[in-house]
Ligand binder design. Structure first.
Ligand SMILES: C[S@@+](CC[C@H](N)C(=O)[O-])C[C@H]1O[C@@H](n2cnc3c(N)ncnc32)[C@H](O)[C@@H]1O
Length: 354
């Protein structure tokens, strides 16, 4: 196992902090640290963050207003960041650096160029697609200019025995005095495996291990509207499944492409359900009523926010504040990160092996 650099209590600045996925990942990775500041403009995610980390200095502020002088004064060892991903998503307009939502990231990069005390480590997370963006070019150019060794990854929790797909881009950067010009100017290659986290095992946890105890949970059934009109696009899994699809901020709002739904009828095996005779019949139904009647026995329900959080690696101590609705929680979780994957990345970044 890698040896962690525990020479001191690392000070951390959490940009685009959201609900604190990075903070939980830092806790999980086992290094001593203190978050000296967290920044986000969103009132709802800030409520969730503040509820879970009442002692952190959380700034409800636009990152664009941060100056080089302020950042130099804070002088943090580690920066974590998940800049807004809409400018890079597959289904979006892909405006990249022309999108106003990338402005704060560009300003942050400019600050990094001008700072006297740049952080020693940086971890950036974004959607798959960021790796081919101009924003990524700006990131690598800036980091190399300031003598960072950079490693880039495309990873999904499914590689780490977690039954969920969430392919994401990650950049790890460590500032170093001893790097050669060649090291600092060569383009990093996009890696798909972490050196010491075994991702080869075929054993995978099952969805059932992440479900709530039925006693304390309130389940939301998949509405008839989805069953009658969009059954084909629902991604159906059951408690024995070793996979689920990525939970997005629109989970429960649209039937397709926003996250899996759970079949609660244990007699039904969902592995190949879309090619089964059930869905052959579904395709032949003449109206919504008939389709609803056909799918109702599956007992389809949504994963609860707690269950989505479990699958995304949030610890049991993570709480939904009383004033936050389930809808708000799904949205915030959909924008967040897989805590387990990021903790493995942080462990590597902060190890002597990096
Ligand atoms: C992809 S999410 C980050 C999620 C976070 N890693 C988490 O674990 O929840 C991006 C976050 O950046 C925030 N944000 C976007 N633009 C911002 C800006 N200019 N200044 C501060 N926060 C911003 C959004 O409110 C959102 O919470």
């Amino acid at each position: 196992m890698e040896s962690l650099e525990v020479e001191r209590n690392w000070s951390v600045l959490e940009f685009y902090a959201g609900i604190g996925g990075m903070h939980f990942a830092l806790r999980a990775c086992g290094v001593p640290f203190k978050v000296v500041g967290a920044f986000d403009i969103n009132t709802t995610t800030n409520q969730i963050y503040a509820h879970n980390f009442p002692n952190v200095l959380l700034h409800q502020r636009n990152i664009q207003v941060l100056t080089t002088k302020t950042l130099d004064k804070i002088n943090a060892d580690i920066w974590t960041m998940s800049p807004p991903c809409q400018p890079f998503t597959r289904l979006g307009k892909k405006l990249d650096v022309e999108d106003r939502r990338t402005d704060s990231f560009k300003i942050l990069m400019q600050n990094l160029v001008e700072m006297q005390n740049p952080p020693r480590f940086i971890l950036l997370e974004n959607v798959k697609g960021f790796e081919t963006s101009e924003a990524r070019e700006l990131l690598i150019e800036t980091l190399q200019k300031r003598s960072y060794i950079v490693k880039e990854y495309l990873l999904s929790p499914a590689q780490f025995q977690i039954p969920n797909s969430r392919p994401r881009y990650y950049a790890l950067a460590r500032r170093t005095e001893g790097a050669t010009d060649v090291e600092l100017s060569s383009q990093p290659t996009l890696l798909t495996e972490l050196p010491f986290a075994s991702s080869a095992s075929t054993c995978c946890h099952s969805v059932g291990e992440y479900l709530q105890d039925s006693a304390g949970a309130e389940y939301e059934l998949v509405p008839d509207k989805f069953l009658g009109k969009h059954g084909i696009v629902l991604d159906i899994v059951d408690r024995r499944s070793t996979r689920s699809s990525c939970f997005t901020k629109s989970y429960t709002q649209y039937a397709g492409g926003t996250g899996s739904v759970l079949c609660t009828n244990d007699d039904v095996q969902t592995d190949n359900i879309k090619t089964s005779s059930l869905f052959e019949r579904y395709e032949k139904c003449v109206d919504d009523e008939e389709r609803i009647a056909l799918l109702r026995p599956l007992g389809l329900r949504f994963f609860t926010p707690r269950e989505v959080a479990n699958i995304m690696g949030f610890p049991s101590t993570f709480e939904q504040p009383p004033m936050t609705s389930s809808r708000q929680m799904y949205k915030a979780l959909g924008n967040s990160i897989n805590v387990v994957v990021v903790s493995l990345l942080l462990r590597y970044l902060l190890s002597a092996e990096f």
